[in-house]
Design a binder for this molecule. Structure first.
Ligand code: ADP
Ligand code: ADP
Length: 234
């Protein structure tokens, strides 16, 4: 089943006559349970693509369909529900709230969307144990290592069981050991919990955990790589 479908997506920044083509006709599909990587160098359009999917910026033309619905036509409650329930965002720099504990950071989306306490604590303990963050749940971000912070952020992205996780250079601020731990956990959640993940990165070690990788340059996909067994030898 197709979760996300993007058709001929274009995004130009700036005024006419002085425009940057950030996306120049992107077409792709993400299937349920896929772990798709998008690789490209700085300036290739990766953040713009994620920001269009996250409805942070408006595309110039083209379509983005989430489970069959064109997302840029959503308004009001439906738009809020799309942002809050269908998308889990994992940022390079964690973006945790400093004066909330790990547990409070993770539970924030749950409380915003009126999920029952019983259901949320069950999901929290399962995710925390899987991500090995149970012992930092009562700590504040300033008391956590970078690797712990990113695993707490991953739990927050996953807590609502979103249709898709958008990961933007999730290993960018981690050393190689923590990056590897995070990628193994994400690959495990993809495998065991059928989490659908779209990750943009320029880290080829991180991308090696993906089953399919699209390469972009100048806002266009120029190559696709599929592998039956993602590289777990490192
Ligand atoms: P990254 O490679 O991590 O995406 P960038 O330096 O490309 O980092 O972008 C960082 C932020 O700055 C992004 O949110 C992007 O939208 C914005 N940005 C990038 N290039 C420009 C630009 N030429 N003018 C204005 N904002 C930009
Ligand atoms: P990446 O994430 O791969 O580094 P971006 O999507 O940030 O790429 O940028 C793609 C192109 O769009 C780059 O040429 C960048 O300078 C430009 N760009 C990004 N954000 C803006 C912006 N807000 N205003 C103008 N140009 C931008």
């Amino acid at each position: 089943e197709t979760v996300l479908e993007i058709e001929d997506l274009k995004k130009y920044y700036g005024r006419q006559g002085n425009q940057t083509k950030a996306l120049d006709g992107i077409t792709l599909q993400v299937m349920e349970g896929e772990f798709l990587g998008i690789m490209g160098s700085s300036g290739s359009g990766k953040s713009t693509l994620l920001n269009c999917i996250a409805t942070v910026i408006e595309p110039s033309s083209g379509k983005i369909m989430m489970k069959g619905t064109e997302i840029h036509s959503l308004k009001g409650k439906k738009l809020a529900a799309y942002r809050g329930r269908e998308i889990g965002y994992l940022f390079q720099n964690f973006e945790l709230i400093d004066n909330l504990t790990g547990r409070e950071n993770i539970m924030l989306p749950m409380s915003l969307h009126n999920v029952s306490d019983k259901e949320s604590s069950k999901r929290l303990s399962r995710l925390a144990s899987y991500l090995e963050i149970t012992d930092v749940l009562d700590k504040f971000p300033s008391q956590m290592s970078g690797g712990q912070k990113q695993r707490v952020a991953a739990a927050r992205a996953l807590i609502m069981d979103p249709g898709i996780i958008l990961a933007d250079e999730p290993t960018g601020a981690l050393d190689s050991r923590n990056a590897k731990t995070l990628m193994k956990k994400l690959a495990g959640l993809n495998q065991d919990e059928n989490a659908t993940i779209l990750m943009v990165t320029h880290d080829s070690n991180a991308a090696s955990y993906c089953k399919r990788i699209l390469f972009i340059q100048d806002g266009r996909i120029f190559h696709e790589l599929r592998r039956d067994t993602p590289d777990e030898t490192q």
